[in-house]
Design a protein around this ligand. Structure first.
Ligand code: G
Ligand code: G
Ligand code: MN
Ligand code: NA
Length: 258
């Protein structure tokens, strides 16, 4: 595959860049941070989204250096936001793929990246998909536990799509559930889909009883935001607030809050 072969040189040439999508606190509407979403500025094909190349990078192992670059760049950016904004605790969310989870250098690399940038561990949230943790044994969970003990937040991404045993949640060192977009879709209808409302209600109750925060993805309308806020969701992300974009836009949005 041509794209696969081009990945290592693309990383060396600096063809990857990151867009940031704000994470908004539902109770007061302030921007609390952003999710880092990687893109590839391909010299021939233009901007490619992660769906086009992350699976290829996973298969070849290039995801490890690429993921380390994304982490470094995002952590450096979060530190820049904090400096520009008088040290306000803007946070950054970075996606981890399964190969990165299995990589023995994960904890040491993450600690080094945070220290080099001077960012507090609490300003970083690592997103791991529910499916990557299904059936995870203690060997796989140990590095995540160590990171969580250091103060890094771990979020369970695409929650609700992975058929994980709910009781299993207690074993996982996660502090945030990111509710998959498919559940928030039902809130777009007027009136909202009653089954989806019940599901979100149940997940929020479960999450809060386990002292986990709930982030909702894919919020596209004001009515949907109001409904999800009423259901007790803590943080939201979606086109209603902002599309993924350049890092200085996050900073501008934060200043607009103040
Ligand atoms: O918004 P976007 O189309 O960029 O995101 C598509 C998917 O790609 C999301 O599920 C997101 O989790 C994933 N993704 C985005 N950036 C990264 C990254 O840096 N690493 C990994 N592993 N996945 C990412
Ligand atoms: O990590 P994850 O797969 O959840 O990445 C978020 C993906 O969802 C990205 O592809 C992002 O561009 C996309 N996205 C973010 N907000 C919205 C939204 O409000 N609606 C839709 N349809 N997609 C969104
Ligand atoms: Mn994510
Ligand atoms: Na997701």
């Amino acid at each position: 595959h041509g794209l696969t072969n081009a990945l290592p040189a693309a990383l060396e040439r600096g063809e990857f860049f990151i867009e940031y999508q704000p994470l908004v606190h539902m109770h007061d509407g302030t921007v609390r941070g952003a999710e880092a979403l990687v893109r590839w500025e391909h010299p021939q094909y233009g901007v490619l989204g992660p769906d086009r190349f992350i699976p290829l990078a996973e298969r070849t192992g290039l995801i490890v250096p690429l993921g380390r670059w994304v982490l470094e760049e995002s952590v450096r950016q979060a530190r820049t936001w904090q400096r520009e904004h008088g040290g306000s605790p803007l946070r950054v969310n970075v996606n981890l793929s399964p190969t990165q989870l299995h990589h023995p250098g994960l904890v040491a690399d993450t600690v080094a990246v945070l220290e080099n940038a001077g960012l507090a561990p609490g300003a970083l949230c690592l997103e791991v998909t529910e499916s990557a943790l299904i059936g995870a044994d203690d060997d796989l969970l140990e590095p995540l536990r160590r990171l969580a003990d250091l103060g890094v937040d771990i979020a369970l991404d695409d929650f609700g799509t992975g058929y994980s045993n709910l009781a299993n949640l207690r074993r996982l060192p996660v502090s945030v559930l990111k509710l998959d977009r498919s559940f928030t879709k039902g809130m777009q209808q007027q009136p909202a889909n009653p089954v989806d409302v019940k599901i979100v209600e149940g997940i929020v109750a479960l999450a809060h009883s386990l002292e986990l925060a709930v982030t909702v993805e894919g919020v596209e309308t004001g009515a949907q935001a109001a409904q999800l806020r009423a259901l007790g969701c803590d943080t939201a992300q979606g086109w209603y607030y902002a599309r993924p974009g350049a890092p200085d836009r996050i900073h501008a949005l934060t200043l607009a809050d103040a």
